[in-house]
Design a protein around this ligand. Structure first.
Ligand SMILES: Nc1nc2c(ncn2[C@@H]2O[C@H](COP(=O)(O)OP(=O)(O)OP(=O)(O)O)[C@@H](O)[C@H]2O)c(=O)[nH]1
Length: 186
């Protein structure tokens, strides 16, 4: 949805900074590239930042088809954005590739006073749909690197398919990383 923090999350990942100040809603679509080193291999991520506003829906639909991965965000301070996740998931099933890598993110985890969606609710929804889940914060940086790195690892493993290499398991990787970091790394 609009305002959940998609642009801020991407800017935090790309530039390591938080876009404070007034909220400038994305018009249509935007993108940023970032090159990551994944286990000694350079992986270039081209990350599309969609507009959450309803009036841009037809523009954003066009980009689902070519996406290798989708990060689906809601805002933990905005219950409606959480409730809308089911509708976004059905859009994804309609427009995206069947084997698209999906991850559910509950953003603005820093905003504890305004929280209206508990972490357990996010976990439950993610489990229901079989997608990895974590809470993030573009403001504090919580789990931002982890979310994008996990996606990059999955995409790298899919594209390289080394015969002797064990299959990368995104779910397990995310759960393990969250546990070792006590779920709260920035
Ligand atoms: N507290 C807090 N505020 C955040 C966080 N991420 C984004 N915001 C604020 O939420 C507002 C919206 O952020 P954007 O990143 O522009 O939202 P968006 O999802 O890209 O919105 P659209 O472009 O309209 O789809 C801004 O005022 C941000 O400062 C966060 O992690 N914590």
């Amino acid at each position: 949805d609009s305002g959940v923090g998609k642009t801020c999350l991407l800017v935090r990942f790309k530039d390591g900074a938080f876009l404070a100040g007034s909220f400038i809603s994305t018009v249509g679509i935007d993108f940023r590239n970032k090159v990551l080193n994944v286990d000694g291999v350079k992986v270039k991520l081209q990350i599309w930042d969609t507009a959450g506003q309803e009036r841009f829906r037809s523009v954003t639909h066009a980009y689902y088809r070519d996406a290798h991965a989708l990060l689906l965000l809601y805002d933990v301070t905005n219950k409606a954005s959480f409730d809308n996740i089911r509708a976004w998931l059905s859009e994804i099933h309609e427009y995206a590739q069947q084997d698209v890598v999906l991850m559910l993110l509950g953003n603005k985890a820093d905003a504890s006073h305004d929280r209206s969606v508990r972490r357990e609710e996010g976990e439950r929804l993610a489990k229901e749909f079989g997608v990895p889940f974590m809470e993030t914060s573009a403001r504090s940086g919580l789990n931002v690197e982890l979310a994008f790195t996990a996606i990059a690892k999955e995409l790298k493993h899919r594209s390289m398919k080394e015969p002797d290499e064990p299959k990368f398991k995104l779910h397990e990787y995310v759960n393990k990383e969250m546990k070792t970091a006590g779920c709260c790394r920035s």
